[in-house]
Design a protein around this ligand. Structure first.
Ligand SMILES: [Zn+2]
Length: 252
């Protein structure tokens, strides 16, 4: 199984300037190929990195913000074989569906559309096998946002999408082989509804994954040096932590 980062940037300014790409990440496994949070550039970077949307089994959009959802429709068009057949799994927050994150026409092309509900665990069958997803509560400007634990190929991949830090969040992500965390801001640039390095540190302390990746980094994080931040997180939490780069491929 591999995880491919089609982008490692986040934040309003980076989103427009594309200092780091914003295509989200993709999981390729023997049971499913899954694209998570296809923001601007997801399609272009997928094609460049030979990650064809035609071979997707599932698209996950954790909330209805541009940097997570903007390329979701084209990913659906790939997953449904140029929109020619009804196919694939689409897992999205309530607002992605209710507030036109993807159009009703695109929704009609999807075989299994699932609106994520906190606390629910769902199993999905694909052409190649099956996987399970457990939907985890987060707190962000988009009130229906979610994080998840994915169970596939005997591994558990967790994803902490955009959220503020709150009591109990770390505990809800325990047991992961790999935990991907959106670490958008340093303390000096703290912004309501978003994790700072300190919040990420507290999550890693509690969740104790085998390995962690920080991604979705904003301009101030990039200036600080993501590798330095990852090292600091690793030293303080004991969790092996790396900072994502555009195009990073992780074998699991
Ligand atoms: Zn957001």
């Amino acid at each position: 199984m591999e995880v491919v980062f089609l982008g490692s940037g986040g934040g309003r300014i980076n989103l427009i300037r594309q200092v780091r790409a914003t295509g989200g990440f993709r999981i390729n496994s023997s049971s499913a190929n899954i694209h998570v949070d296809p923001g601007p550039g997801a399609l272009v970077h997928s094609v460049k990195m030979k990650q064809s949307p035609l071979s997707l089994d599932c698209v996950i959009v954790t909330h209805n913000h541009t940097d997570h959802v903007s390329d979701a429709q084209v990913m659906v068009e790939g997953m449904t074989h140029y929109s020619l057949k009804k196919a694939g799994i689409f897992i999205a927050s309530r607002n992605v569906i209710d507030e036109n994150g993807i159009s009703p026409w695109h929704q009609s092309k999807i075989e299994h559309l699932y609106i994520a509900k906190w606390g629910e665990k769902k199993k999905f069958e694909t052409k190649k096998g099956s996987f399970e997803i457990e939907i985890i509560e987060l707190k962000h400007e988009e009130p229906t946002v979610f994080g998840f634990r994915l169970y596939l190929d005997n591994r558990i991949i967790g994803y902490v999408s955009d959220t503020e830090y709150f009591e109990g969040i770390g505990e809800s992500f325990t047991g992961c082989d790999l935990l991907i965390v959106n670490c958008i801001k340093p303390e000096s640039d703290a912004y309501e509804g978003h994790l700072t390095i300190k919040g990420v540190m507290k999550i890693l302390e509690k969740a104790q994954p085998k390995e962690a990746v920080i991604t979705h980094m904003g301009m101030k994080m990039l200036r600080l040096g993501p590798a330095t931040v990852a090292k600091e997180l690793q030293d303080k939490t004991g969790v092996r932590t790396i900072a994502a780069k555009d195009g990073l491929k992780l074998e699991l």
